[in-house]
Design a protein around this ligand. Sequence first.
Ligand SMILES: NC(=O)c1ccc[n+]([C@@H]2O[C@H](COP(=O)([O-])OP(=O)(O)OC[C@H]3O[C@@H](n4cnc5c(N)ncnc54)[C@H](OP(=O)(O)O)[C@@H]3O)[C@@H](O)[C@H]2O)c1
Length: 344
Amino acid sequence: MKKIQNKQWIYSKIPEKSVDQSHYTLEENILTISDLKSGQAILKAAYFSIDPYMRIQQSRNNTWEEPHPLNTVQRGAVVCQIVGINDSNTTLKKGDWVLSYTGWQEYAITEISNLRLLDPKEVSVTTALGVLGMPARIAYFGFIETGLPKKGETVVVSGASGAVGQVVVQIAKIKGCKVIGIAGSEEKTKFLKEIIGAHEVINYKKYPTAKEMHQELRRLSPEGIDIYYDNVGGYITDAVFEHINLNARIIICGQISQYLGGLDTPEMGPRFLHKILYQRATIKGILARDYNDRMDEMLSEMIPWVQNGLIQYHETIIEGFDKLPEALNMLFFGKNKGKLIVKV
Ligand SMILES: NC(=O)c1ccc[n+]([C@@H]2O[C@H](COP(=O)([O-])OP(=O)(O)OC[C@H]3O[C@@H](n4cnc5c(N)ncnc54)[C@H](OP(=O)(O)O)[C@@H]3O)[C@@H](O)[C@H]2O)c1
């Protein structure tokens, strides 16, 4: 009867602002391979996805669902290898790479029906967490189906160098748009311009008020903004609203500037809805889960784009299971470029 020593990060305390190890408890337990029921597999985690929604789910109030329950394993997507399996009707086997939603634990027992098989010969398995995973799904469907891009239009992307943003910028380029990417450092704006190919870039730290940001946007896009893909919110979004064109489309994908405590006590901003009225603009919130059943459709277009280099991507990979809570906090201080992943 093979026994496996397991470690788990248990979410145990609601953070008020930043999140760190004090909001988690490290626990150990033993898993027994012979305990596997029919239709189950035991997985060994290799790469953990670190996502802003984890902090959203630590708010006190319901968001799109109830807050993450306290004293349970931190939920999240993980790229794993199958180390044991109990099912004679599946083609999955020991050693296969899979995507699972088993959270912050070194090993997990789960139903085989929850797994997505990954092919390491096709692309790196880490891409299932970023450029070919959930962030890409919301970038792809959100931009194309809510943004309704037309060739020659001007697109602004906030949080442009992150997991979602880097994909949006490049899809906008593929669709023939002019793209302005906003990010929080010179290194990131350089990456956006030189690797990702944004036409114009703004380091928002150099324009710390809505007025200054608006002036810079106007300088870079005298023609106005047709599509705004918002990952960030706050004053950056206020500044964009000042500069939208007739029939502009505003896509609310994320509001990361508000997550560290702001979700339960929202920051009051300028009342800008009159701009929406004058310009007959539309604002729509989008959620990746609404496109869950269209993953194959997204992948059929995105995999060739990634394989032939039309879409470039960056991943920030941190090593160590013990680093998981610290890694989550990194997202809110701009410490990642592209998809943030923890490797064990
Ligand atoms: N709607 C959905 O279903 C869905 C799905 C996935 C993600 N999202 C949202 O999309 C956004 C991006 O997610 P992601 O996974 O791609 O994360 P990410 O962009 O890879 O990482 C977060 C980045 O946000 C920026 N940031 C943090 N605090 C900021 C602030 N106060 N002001 C401006 N920028 C700030 C930082 O970059 P800088 O250095 O540029 O500041 C940081 O690196 C998040 O808001 C997330 O909640 C939504």
